[in-house]
Design a binder for this molecule. Structure first.
Ligand code: BGC
Length: 740
């Protein structure tokens, strides 16, 4: 009896407990419920004031959640090469944390130069882990603006000049970041191809060029990468700022591509209350506390999407349809990130992250010339010359500047490798500053010697050496590779050409390493025994270079942009094209009149030889492409086809080749580039090994954008399918017939 009583007490308790536990949680907190149901439920519980509060910044990098409902704030971070150090709530001053020194990954130009989709996924995954560890929901990156002119100060943050390469490389990065519950915010949408007067430049570009060159990487980011956020750019397009540009945001991004994520303004990129409300912007962030440039008391209240919006709603001037749409998107972002069921995994500056940074930096390194001096076997006495051999380059460049735990310079790494055999001479003095936004490298690079004295010292030291390695290029100071200003010229700055000439004249073997994020003129190329294009390589940059110089890593990077001989040779040379013509309204009018002929599309079509072509890069081994074939002879509108070939490593070192497939269109109703990249594969091969490779293509790859009909189309006829290892080296020529 006692036992029965006892059991029924337990049973009752269980029912009570069960009831308690079985009670459904409020729907928006129920992580097992579909996201859209959670979004609608949360939205239905919010007041108008709470909704508006979510739409704008509350600090430099955060926006409000809904404290009453337990919905957290959204925190953003730059991006795109590592996690930016913490600044104060409402100032650009450093917060002074001692635990925010991240792993600095190589700049995105380097990632693009690796042409390695798997590495891009790894990059994304690891930077996502670092963002998660630092409790950020939005990573402000990656950037995919096309390298239209070598002068753009921010080329280093982007993925080169080709829309196909940028599209292929951005997708795995985004997936990697988001896998961990951190939103990638792809930037800067769109046509933000320069820094000079970036807030006041209005771009005129025809629709065909827009769709073929400037939009594809964003489209891929949305449709294939599933990006959860996009950042509007500073410039104007068709006389409307891109952060609230109806055509770009409402018609194309959210309309044609069905983007369901959040449009975030660039910092201070919003200029108009009404357009901010109606033209597709969802969240407004700012540089000054009034959202624009000047400080104001309780500044964030004065943002376009703050009090002015609330007031318009209260006065009945606008309804709440747009408001609810914006809030839905923000809630969706929160449920995809901080309130997602799976949680996330964060780790910071762990050995795997540094290893990946080194691997990416090495794989992106491009060997441009080599008469056999590389790899360094038994180099004897090495003289290293040049500021970029000793300058730490992670700090600087604008919003992508980072604070990293360590940065190995090229000189550090060469000394790790060759010890006492390495001596150093400065050669030139470029930028002696070592700080950005109060993060300092701690280096004092001042040197009082004149240019002639510096060159004399380098030449004298060269006399004692067996090999000279010059490490120069650009840096991240004003008018170099940096946000908010453009470069002024194509040649190397600070008299470096003179230094290279003087070193070449010594007759010693000369290796030139150019570190930059943009193309530089190389009129001295014929004088060097070897030329290496390095990038801003992040924490492990020096070691990655040493990996390539010693042959521990066989170089396999390929240029993500053309290195021209001069700006005059290139597509963008009139004032109207760049930097534009100043109008009476204070806006610079700029015409992209070169159309789709950007980068190699221009050089190849005009038959102008660049210094080094897009897609080019050497290896320490040799490769052969054979047995190439197209699997079909004709393809119709919905058809697919394959390009198959065998790649053989014909040398005696393991290595990797990037095989590239270009299409060569027949005569068409519009002028088309003579070749366009539509496929590539990076193939790793042991010495002597062969692999067969299949590249999947479709009718779509043959198309151009017919602006009048607003659709992709291909003129019927015979399309060349060119296979090779650079845009200028496509020895295999196949074809397919497009039928309508
Ligand atoms: C840059 C963005 C950056 C933002 C926040 C802006 O000046 O253009 O790329 O994400 O600042 O730092």
């Amino acid at each position: 009896m006692k036992k029965i009583l006892f059991l029924s007490v337990i049973a009752l308790a269980a029912i009570a407990c069960g009831k308690k536990h079985a009670a459904r949680p409020v729907p928006y907190l129920d992580t097992s419920a579909p996201i859209e149901e959670r979004v609608e439920d949360a939205l239905s519980r919010m007041t108008t004031e709470e909704k508006v509060a979510m739409l704008h910044a509350q600090s430099k990098f955060s926006s409000a959640g809904v404290p009453r409902l337990g919905i957290p704030e959204v925190w953003c971070t730059d991006g795109p090469h590592g996690i930016r150090p913490e600044v104060l709530w409402d100032q650009w001053e450093q917060a002074g944390w001692t635990n925010d020194s991240c792993t600095a990954y190589p700049a995105l130009t380097c990632l693009a130069a690796s042409w390695d989709r798997e590495l891009s996924a790894l990059y994304g995954k690891y930077i996502g882990e670092e963002a998660r560890y630092r409790k950020k929901q939005v990573l402000l990156g990656p950037g995919v603006n096309i390298c239209r002119t070598p002068l753009n100060g921010r080329n280093f943050e982007y993925m080169g000049e080709d829309p196909f390469l940028a599209s292929e490389m951005v997708v795995p990065y985004i997936k990697g970041v988001q896998e961990n519950g951190v939103a990638a915010c792809v930037k800067h949408y769109a046509l933000n191809n320069q820094e000079h007067k970036r807030h006041f430049t209005n771009v005129t570009v025809d629709d065909r060029t827009l769709y073929e060159i400037y939009l594809p990487a964003f489209k891929a980011a949305v449709e294939k990468g599933g990006a959860w956020a996009i950042m509007g750019s500073y410039n104007l397009y068709e006389d409307q700022h891109c952060c609230h540009n109806k055509k770009l945001l409402c018609d194309i991004l959210k309309g044609e591509w069905g983007f369901d994520g959040v449009v975030i303004s660039d910092w201070g990129g919003v200029h108009d209350d009404d357009e901010a409300i109606t033209n597709g912007l969802d969240m407004e962030y700012g540089t000054g506390t009034n959202g624009l440039y000047g400080p104001a008391e309780n500044g964030y209240d004065y943002y376009h999407l703050a009090k002015p919006y609330l007031q318009r709603i209260r006065e009945g001037k606008v309804g709440t349809t747009e408001l609810d749409d914006k809030v839905r998107r923000i809630l969706r972002l929160i449920f995809r990130t901080s309130m997602r069921p799976e949680g996330g995994f964060g780790r910071f500056t762990c050995p795997e992250h540094y290893e990946a940074a080194r691997k990416i930096a090495a794989e992106g390194t491009v060997l441009l010339k080599n008469d056999g001096v590389l790899p360094l076997a038994d180099p004897g006495k090495i003289l290293v010359v040049g500021e970029n051999a000793i300058k730490k380059l992670v700090v600087g460049g604008g919003s992508s500047s980072l604070k990293t735990q360590h940065e190995i310079t090229p000189l550090d790494a060469l000394r790790e490798e060759f010890g006492e055999a390495v001596s150093y001479e400065r050669g030139y003095v470029g930028d002696v500053e070592g700080s950005y936004n109060n993060v300092s490298t701690g280096q004092d690079l001042s040197d009082g010697r004149s240019p002639a004295e510096l060159i004399d010292a380098a030449v004298a030291a060269a006399a004692e050496a067996d090999l000279v390695i010059f490490v120069g290029g650009l840096n991240k100071s004003k008018h170099q590779d940096r946000e908010s200003s453009d470069r002024l010229e194509l040649p190397l700055p600070y008299g470096q050409q003179d230094v290279i000439e003087a070193l070449a004249a010594t007759g010693k073997k000369l290796v030139v390493i150019n570190i930059s994020g943009s193309p530089v003129a190389m009129p001295w190329a014929f004088r060097a025994n070897a030329i290496v294009q390095g990038w801003y390589g992040g924490s492990e940059s020096g070691r990655a270079l040493a990996d390539v110089l010693t042959g521990r890593v066989n170089p396999s990077g390929k240029l993500p942009f053309t290195i021209p001989c001069s700006l005059e040779d290139g597509p963008v040379k009139s004032e109207k094209q760049y930097p534009g013509v100043l109008g009476e309204d204070g806006i610079w009018q700029e015409e992209y009149s070169e159309g789709v002929f950007v980068g190699y599309r221009w050089y190849a079509s005009k038959d102008v030889a660049p210094q080094f072509p897009f897609g080019y890069g050497l290896s320490y081994t040799t490769f052969e492409i054979s047995d190439a074939k197209v699997t079909r002879s004709r393809v119709g509108r919905l058809g697919n086809f394959k390009v198959k070939f065998t790649v053989t490593n014909t040398g005696d070192r393991d290595g990797a080749e990037v095989v590239q497939v270009y299409i060569a269109p027949p005569e068409s109703p519009v002028a088309r580039p003579v070749r366009e990249l539509k496929g590539f594969e990076k193939v790793f091969l042991k010495a002597g090994e062969s692999k067969s490779v299949t590249i999947h293509m479709s009718y779509q790859d043959l198309c151009y954008f017919d602006a009048d009909a607003h659709k992709w189309t291909a003129a019927p006829g015979e399309y060349g399918i060119l296979v090779g290892n650079s845009s200028e080296e496509t020895p295999i020529s196949l074809s397919i017939r497009a039928v309508s």
